[in-house]
Design a protein around this ligand. Structure first.
Ligand code: PLP
Length: 457
């Protein structure tokens, strides 16, 4: 344990030297942050010895939980054997080969090739580049536009950021990359078309066809979407949405990229999120849960159709690669992580426990919990003034802070949505505690704001 002086010094160094993503810099200089030093299962511990239930899996990724000795051993053994060798120019390494074969085994049928990266943004960059190259190699170089969804999050590198449909992520970084478009997604609780499922016949998916027609099918390369939007609000398309997307993409020779960076590796109750629907995409971007965050790794999984085009006539080079593509230590950890996910049946556990948590949240009859959505242990809770009007209560950040003070880490998405995405090993008792704390805090925070509002009127 560090001494109180060392803790003080660390806090100062953190404020003085470390640039943190997504903080108000001036506020951080004053207040600093919480320093996490350890974890076990679904709990983490801060530098002052306070314990928390990590109900967000750090950043939607600690799927097998903290403190897994097998993963530490896999990394150490591979570091001793060979810390690094690249995949460039035909060089190879054993863990990368085994992991690519493993991905072909566990991915949806017809996905037999994997391109490794170091994270989600790089995976999306890769999938987008491959989609464009697919059309070039097939003699349609004008098919360049990538259509994404409003509220989508695909990362912060230029291509991934431009594909992202959240304005706040892109603000200040113009000019963005060309040839990207955004359309409304399947946000049924607040339908952008003012319709109701199922009478709407999933009209939001037809918006993709309308966009392709407007832009000209000869100019559109790909459609990209998270099977369930994470950062945008755990927005969960209804049955039939991706089935329509598949038909539309096929009709217009447009590739479909599934961004499985959050959904993949068991979180939604299936190994891949898209397996909750009946159709399959052409490219799959993944990261996060592939190592449960123990090391940085991502992948773009390539369907046979796309592979055949990339291969071309057999004489063309694949000019794309990151230094760390197929890093042997990260690959060794991913192999062990997948073994754990399968051995312990964690996707099925996520399905059952997620179902139970959603049912518990709905059964609370908390007037400020408007909708509870998602699949498996990817859950979104929408905060409202009352269930009838669905008027949003923009107090999610206050709810997040109050839950943290009670030892439960949740995440506010924008103003009125709370996300829950714990390690898939969270116990039933811990899950029940998350529900109870959220209920209590929401009643307190949102109830108080309602009373304050009434008093002011
Ligand atoms: C759906 C999705 N795609 C891509 C990314 C970007 O991944 P990374 O931060 O590893 O670049 C994220 C990160 O949260 C994500 O949620």
């Amino acid at each position: 344990m560090p001494t109180p002086e060392e803790i003080q010094q660390l806090r100062q160094l953190d404020r003085d030297h470390l640039l943190h993503p997504n903080v108000v810099l001036g506020e951080f200089e004053q207040a600093g942050g919480t320093i996490i030093v350890g974890g076990e299962g679904a709990t983490v511990r801060d530098i002052d010895g306070r314990e928390y239930i990590d109900a967000i899996g750090a950043l939607w990724l600690a799927n097998v939980g903290y403190g897994r000795p097998e993963l530490a051993a896999a990394a150490a053994a591979q570091m001793r054997q060979l810390p690094f060798w690249s995949l460039f120019y035909g060089w190879s390494n054993v863990p990368a080969i085994r992991l690519a074969a493993e991905m072909a085994r566990i991915a949806p049928e017809g996905f037999n090739h994997a391109f490794f990266t170091s994270g989600g943004s790089e995976s999306n960059e890769t999938s987008i580049k491959f989609a464009r190259l697919f059309h070039v190699r097939r003699g349609h170089p004008s098919k360049q536009i990538v259509i994404g969804l409003q509220r989508a999050y695909h990362g912060v590198s230029y291509g991934a950021m431009t594909a992202t449909g959240l304005e706040r992520v892109r603000e200040g970084y113009a000019p963005l990359v060309g040839a990207f478009e955004h359309i409304p997604g399947a946000y049924c609780y607040r339908c952008p078309f003012g319709k109701t499922y199922p009478e709407c016949q999933v009209d939001c998916a037809d918006e993709l066809e309308r966009a392709i027609t407007r832009l000209g099918a000869g100019n559109v390369a790909a459609f990209i979407a998270e099977p369930i939007q994470g950062v945008g609000g755990v927005i969960t398309p209804p049955p039939g949405y991706y089935e329509k997307v598949r038909e539309i993409c096929d009709r217009h020779d447009v590739l479909w990229i599934a961004d499985e960076v959050i959904c993949g590796f068991g979180r939604t109750g299936k190994l891949f999120g898209i397996e909750n629907w009946t159709v399959r995409p052409d490219l799959i971007s993944c990261a996060k849960g592939i190592t449960s965050g123990y090391l940085p790794l991502g992948a773009s999984l390539v369907s046979d159709k796309v592979y055949e085009a990339l291969r071309g006539d057999g004489h063309q080079s694949l000019n794309h690669g990151f230094t760390y593509s197929g890093h042997p230590v990260a690959a060794a950890v991913a192999l062990e992580n997948i073994r754990i996910l399968e051995r312990e049946g964690l996707p099925a556990r996520a399905a059952a426990l997620g179902e139970s948590m959603r049912a518990q949240l709905l059964a609370l009859s908390n007037p400020h919990i408007g909708e509870v959505r998602g699949k498996g242990l990817l859950i979104g809770v929408e905060l409202v003034r009352d269930r009838g009007t669905r008027e949003a209560v923009e107090l999610a950040p206050a709810v997040e802070l109050a839950c943290r003070a009670r030892g439960v880490i949740l995440r506010a998405l924008g103003g009125n949505i709370i996300s829950i995405s714990p390690p898939l090993v969270i116990t039933e008792a811990q899950a029940a505690r998350v529900v109870a704390v959220l209920d209590e805090v929401v009643r307190q925070v949102c109830g108080a704001s309602g009373r304050a509002g009434q008093a002011a009127q």
